[in-house]
Design a binder for this molecule. Structure first.
Ligand SMILES: C[S@@+](CC[C@H](N)C(=O)[O-])C[C@H]1O[C@@H](n2cnc3c(N)ncnc32)[C@H](O)[C@@H]1O
Ligand code: SF4
Length: 325
């Protein structure tokens, strides 16, 4: 069974937000002082999530990434991971995290079937980290080391590049990732909500970063399993792979294979659009498995051909942590 949208793209990948809350405040993601969170009773329970993901796997989705907000602020996340990784058809369960709580959970997550993780880290300068996130860098580093010790691999570091904020930290990040055997990926800022739109004042086309790195390192094209929309190069003479994710300067919508489910059960078809479908009322209203499968199949046809971040940056009112990045 396949989940195919009206533009003939096969949907194989679901990003599952387990909470819209977070223990950091990256200025490009979440508004300072924001408290208008969903209430926990609005979140899908673990049993409800399992049911919805089971439906997606029946329809051919093979990869799920747990995200948020910060997924590790949701209580007992390893228990959910364990339930999901037992679902027949699910081949790949991964996690996006800020790593603040990873020191505590890395081993349990690995044991629960999380195969690989992506960690947001925009700088290894503690002062700058504090300015960007309002958090403490040492916790993230501890979390990363715990993840490595627990055997989570690959560990991909996602660095949002912002001109005048952290674009000069790139070389330090390259050395940090080389030293620890992490993969480094650069991401362009996206105009999601007011916070994201404000951050596009710092927008930098990351081809400029690639050119700069090319002057210092010898880079050759590389292949990375599960690369998604990233294009990779390898630093010659090392194992370091560097990825470039360019949603703004070079969109990759025609090969998009994913949808997103928010913590409260809203299915979002695209990061850069408001097309959505509410699954929670159906799940709480006792819909049958067959009908749930059919609803999802129909809903997928709402998926737009491409995002309009460049043409209509004001279009997306929700910020990243509300959708699940
Ligand atoms: C919303 S976070 C959720 C998972 C987790 N809290 C984390 O930080 O990895 C997922 C990713 O979205 C990215 N992100 C958030 N707002 C963004 C924006 N306006 N533009 C580009 N990336 C953004 C973050 O840097 C992070 O890598
Ligand atoms: S990017 Fe991740 S860590 Fe930063 S505020 Fe958003 S959800 Fe939290």
């Amino acid at each position: 069974m396949s989940l195919i949208d009206k533009y003939n793209r096969t949907i194989k990948y679901l990003r599952l937000s387990v909470t819209d809350r977070c223990d950091l405040r990256c200025f490009y993601c979440m508004p300072d002082g924001f408290t208008d969170y969903e209430e926990p009773e609005e979140w899908l329970s673990f049993a409800e999530i399992e049911r919805v993901i089971a439906s997606f796997t029946r329809l051919g989705v093979t990869s799920v990434r747990l995200t948020g907000g910060e997924p590790l602020v949701r209580k007992d996340l390893p228990l959910l991971a364990k339930r999901l990784s037992a679902l027949p058809g699910l081949k790949d369960l991964s996690l996006s995290t800020n790593a603040v709580k990873l020191g505590k959970y890395a081993e349990a997550l690995h044991d629960a079937g999380i195969s690989r993780i992506n960690v947001s880290l925009d700088t290894v300068d503690p002062e700058k980290f504090k300015k960007i996130t309002q958090g403490k860098l040492s916790k993230v580093i501890d979390g990363l080391l715990a993840a490595k010790a627990a055997g989570l691999k690959p560990i991909k570091i996602n660095m949002v590049i912002m001109k005048g904020v952290n674009d000069h930290d790139v070389e330090d990040m390259v050395e940090f990732c080389r030293e620890h055997d992490f993969t480094l990926r650069f991401i362009e800022t996206m105009p999601m909500g007011d916070t994201g739109r404000n951050a596009t004042d710092y927008y930098l086309n990351i081809h400029e970063i690639e050119q700069r790195l090319g002057e210092k390192y010898e880079l050759i094209p590389a292949v990375m399993a599960g690369a998604g929309p990233a294009r990779y190069v390898q630093v010659v003479g090392s194992d370091l792979k560097i990825g470039f994710i360019t949603p703004m300067s070079q969109h990759f919508c025609d090969t998009c294979n994913r949808v997103r489910l928010s913590a409260s059960g809203t299915l979002y078809m695209c990061l850069g659009d408001e097309y959505k479908y509410e699954l929670r009322p159906l799940v709480r209203g006792g819909i049958s498995d067959d009908d749930l499968d059919q609803v999802i199949r129909d809903a997928i046809n709402l998926k737009p051909l491409k995002h309009e971040f460049n043409e209509k940056p004001e279009k997306v009112v929700r910020f990243m942590s509300m959708t699940g990045g």
